[in-house]
Design a protein around this ligand. Structure first.
Ligand code: GDG
Length: 519
């Protein structure tokens, strides 16, 4: 694997004046880094903490997989991070065998992390006005919840925030001291659509891959944005050599967008676009989970402790959801569907509880504050309608507790994943691998994961509340043997399409795509 990314004879730059050197690297670019900093209250020393989250975990997998020099360029997540970013440009971050990170050690897979000192106001416009909510809402097609407002504020935030922060990243990446000659640069997600296009003209020696973790909608959905913004997004991405998405459908939408919105020649058979005298390919790589690491964690004492707590308080059956409190996850409609089921099937009252483990998210974005209020309102209404002295139908917990989530994965009867749209959805993959009780899954047809798992789970349309109610009922009523058979098949699918496969597929394509440069 390693040599695919290293400078090989003939795999180097297109411009003969720049040659790869020994320090050729793999460079990851993501908004979030693997580490954050705080100051000890006792002695004022800086303490580093490992960052959580699906994307960080996936990128840490790359660090372990390639066993070569990896650099990770990210934004500071707090004022403390900004202070550290100013004081020391690079921090070494090590992953031990269990995947937990430490800084400063060199005994295991490690990478060098650079947080860019981004001006706070620009970052605020970039993050809280454009990336979330505008791009997130456009790509998940969430207009019903928040019709897009493209006014002066958004136009200004586009230039002063989104374009500016992308410029800052591209400027840092342009420097060969940051990105050695001949490196491969993997740019992640909707925060950095402009970076490949900004970097390409000055660093033709680099191999650039961009990967989008959220859905790529059909061309019409992009028409919500002013033409200069959407064109800049497509053109920015086309600065890459490979553009990656989770599903074949997202790739297809991207190719159609290039043709319909930009008028570019597209080869649909090859998944390729001619742009600026170059050929850019679009590929799908369905992200997955590290099943070994998850199964080890599921066996940890902290998970066992949470499982005991859950068992002590549970009613007969559990419908579970585990999500960030994000409108794209369709949480309110999930509770409406549960209430609908209790009305249609009163015999279930008192014997099934909806356990909702939600993590609060993006609290600086007004749409998310409103959505959290809507969640509380529907939970109060459903509990007021059905609760008895001995039973409360919805058990809502606003917690950031991965051990509790994994404990709940082990014993749910039904898992509800009804996303309005979801790039992939890792929760469903995790839950299928860990569940021990023959749990059944209700999965949105608009989650990327339904491409792989749709034939062995109960699938639903995310806007159809009665259908979701009946799907939950069907899942609860399924004979145990059927549930166990389906679970075993689904878990096997996830185990064989694991995160290592996601990584190797990309690294292999990067290696292959570099071959023609050997002249
Ligand atoms: C985006 C895309 C795509 C669960 N409880 C806690 C916690 N989790 C972890 C889960 C899982 C992750 O959070 C959620 O991942 P998802 O994939 O379900 O959703 P997004 O956060 O929206 O992720 C998505 C993904 O990127 C990867 O490309 O699949 O479509 O939207 O791993 O285990 N994490 C912490 N505390 C908890 O209580 N820290």
């Amino acid at each position: 694997m390693t040599d695919l990314l290293a400078a090989r004879p003939g795999s180097g730059p297109r411009d003969a004046s720049v040659r790869p050197d020994d320090s050729t690297s793999l460079v990851l670019v993501a908004h979030r880094g693997p580490v954050r900093f705080s100051k000890s209250k006792d002695d004022g020393r800086w303490i580093s903490h490992r960052n959580a989250g699906g994307l960080v975990t996936a990128l840490e997998g790359i660090v372990q997989e390639v066993e070569q020099s990896v650099r990770w360029i990210c934004a500071p997540a707090s004022d403390e991070d900004r202070v550290v970013a100013r004081a020391q440009p690079w921090t070494r971050f090590s992953l031990d065998a269990t995947g937990s990170g430490t800084t400063g050690s060199s005994t295991s897979a490690s990478c060098r992390v650079r947080m860019l000192d981004i001006e706070r106001a620009a970052h605020d416009d970039f993050y809280n006005v454009i990336a979330n909510p505008l791009l997130w809402f456009v790509q998940h097609e969430l207009y019903e919840q928040a019709p897009p407002q493209i006014g002066e504020r958004e136009r200004r935030a586009w230039h002063d925030g989104y374009v500016e922060v992308n410029h800052c990243f591209a400027a840092a990446l342009r420097d060969p001291a940051t990105v050695p000659v001949g490196s491969t640069v993997m740019v992640h997600d909707y925060h950095f659509y402009l970076v490949p296009g900004m970097l390409r003209p000055t660093r033709p020696d680099l191999f650039i891959q961009h990967f989008t973790h959220i859905p790529w909608p059909r061309p019409e959905a992009w028409r919500v944005l002013p033409a200069p913004m959407r064109n800049a997004i497509f053109r920015g991405l086309l600065g890459s050599d490979i553009v990656g998405f989770h599903t074949a459908g997202h790739v297809d939408n991207f190719l159609h967008g290039c043709e319909d919105l930009l008028g570019l020649p597209v080869d649909y058979d090859e998944g390729a676009i001619e742009f600026d005298g170059r050929r850019v390919v679009a590929r799908h790589y369905p992200i997955s989970i590290n099943t070994d690491a998850l199964e080890n964690f599921a066996a940890a004492p902290e998970v066992a402790e949470r499982a005991r707590e859950l068992q002590a308080n549970r009613s007969q059956r559990i419908v579970l959801r585990v999500d960030r409190a994000d409108p794209s996850k369709n949480i309110v409609r999930g509770f409406e569907a549960f209430a609908h089921m209790l009305r249609r099937h009163p015999e279930l009252r008192g014997s099934v509880t909806f356990l909702a483990l939600l993590q609060s998210t993006r609290r600086d974005v007004p749409e998310y504050v409103d959505y959290m209020r809507a969640i509380h309102d529907i939970v109060d209404a459903v509990n007021a309608e059905f609760s008895t002295a001995a039973w409360r139908p919805i058990d809502l917990r606003l917690v950031d507790d991965l051990a509790l989530a994994v404990a709940a994965y082990k014993t749910f009867d039904v898992l509800l994943v009804n996303s309005v749209a979801d790039g992939m959805n890792l929760v469903v993959k995790e839950a299928l691998v860990v569940n021990e009780t023959g749990g059944a899954v209700v999965l949105s047809k608009r989650a990327g994961a339904s491409d792989e798992l749709g034939s062995v789970v109960v699938t639903v349309d995310p806007y159809d509340v009665p259908e979701q109610a009946e799907a939950m009922y069907e899942a609860l009523s399924m004979p145990e043997a059927t549930r166990r058979d389906r679970l075993a098949i689904a878990a096997d699918i996830v185990r064989s399409n694991n995160m290592q496969k996601w990584l190797r597929h990309q690294l292999s394509d990067i290696g292959i795509a570099r071959e023609p440069l050997a002249t």
